[in-house]
Ligand binder design. Structure first.
Ligand code: HEC
Ligand code: HEC
Length: 328
């Protein structure tokens, strides 16, 4: 804590702001009785500053010291001067103590050894980013799914979303829930995955949220009835979902996934379909050219790249594509 103690020499004004409304913990002059990580001679303002860092790092409420109760023993019904600040009864406090020692070690030992670019210190916020549980959202949701199924997962998602949305605590962007659903589908729970994709569509105003559900249904048709069935399913899905959900990336993504999982014939078929749906998109041309090249039709790949360049003579990516295909 040497470094932190030195930081206590920050201008008085700053200290005053940080400790404004600070709690009436043990009265001035009265000693702290259970410090195992912090130095015994720590000043009252420094201790308060660190405790407020704890609150901020974990996103706990500062109002009336309520957040302190996450670690300390007391009650909102009694004055804070009567709370048992020294008690180690709560496991959260014991964990926090280990965390404080870890943070000190990171800053004073490990970071001290490297040449510093920013000279910023690691604090609770670095990992916790305003939440008590620092796991990434995907992990939190997988665990909720394992213990409470789809309902448990979606309930947890709703709760976290309403509490943390627009804070930097969790990543609520569209691909996150889709990724969790994909993992669940890969483990064989297809309908559960579909329910999660549907929830993602509801939460997101990004039409890409539809992609996961469409991929899931197409892959399902492929697995059970083969390539033609997958293509028929695509047509049905087009009738079922809004037109904005369909773009030239949709089939590209699934096509590459199939190519990578040694289902080349199915992947190539999707690239052909995508190219016929979006003939003017460069990405569908590139996908189909590489798809052909990879599945033993290098001449067909070159024909395609040449046709593109005939229509777009100055297209740089197209030129590079042709060069690359010719080298293969
Ligand atoms: C995330 C857990 C956590 C939160 C939240 C927290 N503290 Fe602490 N607090 C600790 C730990 C851990 C220690 C002991 C540090 C040590 O062993 O050196 C401690 C020690 C203290 C002590 C010294 C007690 C003694 O006599 O040994 C006081 C006073 C205190 N905290 C006040 C507060 C106040 C006020 C708040 C709210 C603004 C707060 N704490 C929030 C974890 C927390
Ligand atoms: C290097 C990353 C990292 C930093 C920095 C960090 N933590 Fe943690 N913290 C974790 C991880 C990981 C867990 C979850 C441990 C587990 O698996 O249960 C955790 C868990 C906790 C928990 C238990 C939460 C609960 O609900 O039981 C508390 C309390 C906590 N940290 C407090 C702190 C405090 C206070 C600080 C700053 C002094 C801090 N942490 C800094 C990574 C970090």
């Amino acid at each position: 804590m040497q470094k932190r103690a030195r930081n206590a020499a920050t201008p008085v004004v700053v200290i005053a702001i940080l400790t404004a409304g600070a709690p009436s913990t043990p009265a001035a002059g009265q000693e702290y009785t259970n410090l195992q990580v912090l130095p015994a001679d720590i000043t009252r303002s420094e201790l308060n500053r660190l405790m407020l860092d704890n609150l901020r790092g974990l996103g706990l409420p500062r109002r009336a010291n309520e957040g302190c109760l996450f670690c300390h023993v007391g009650s909102m019904a009694t004055p804070t001067g009567e709370w048992d600040w020294a008690s180690d009864e709560k496991p959260q406090k014991r964990t926090a103590r280990a965390m404080m020692a870890m943070v000190e070690d990171i800053n004073d030992r490990h970071l001290a050894e490297i040449e510093r670019n920013w000279d910023s210190e690691v604090g609770c916020y670095t990992c916790h980013a305003g939440r008590t549980n620092p796991m990434p959202l995907t992990e939190v949701l997988s665990r909720e799914y394992a213990s409470g199924g789809v309902e448990g997962l979606l309930e947890a998602y709703r709760t976290l979303r309403s509490r943390y949305f627009a804070a930097d605590a969790y990543d609520f962007r569209t691909p996150v829930l889709a990724q969790v659903a994909d993992e669940i589908a890969a483990a064989g729970d297809v309908e559960e995955a579909a329910a999660i994709h549907r929830a993602n569509i509801e939460y997101s105003d990004d039409t890409k949220a539809y992609h996961g559900l469409i991929h899931l249904r197409m892959a399902e048709a492929l697995d059970s009835d083969g390539i033609d069935a997958m293509v028929r399913r695509y047509d049905e899905l087009k009738a079922e979902h809004p037109a904005e959900a369909f773009d030239s990336v949709l089939l590209s993504f699934l096509g590459w996934r199939l190519m990578r999982s040694e289902q080349e014939a199915a992947g190539l078929r999707l690239f052909e379909l995508n190219h016929s749906e979006y003939p003017d998109a460069y990405n569908t041309t590139e996908d189909l050219a590489y798809g052909r090249s990879l599945s033993g039709d290098p001449a067909g790949a070159i024909v395609l790249a040449e046709a593109w360049l005939a229509r777009h003579p100055d297209h740089e990516l197209g030129q590079r594509l042709l060069e690359d295909l010719s080298r293969r």
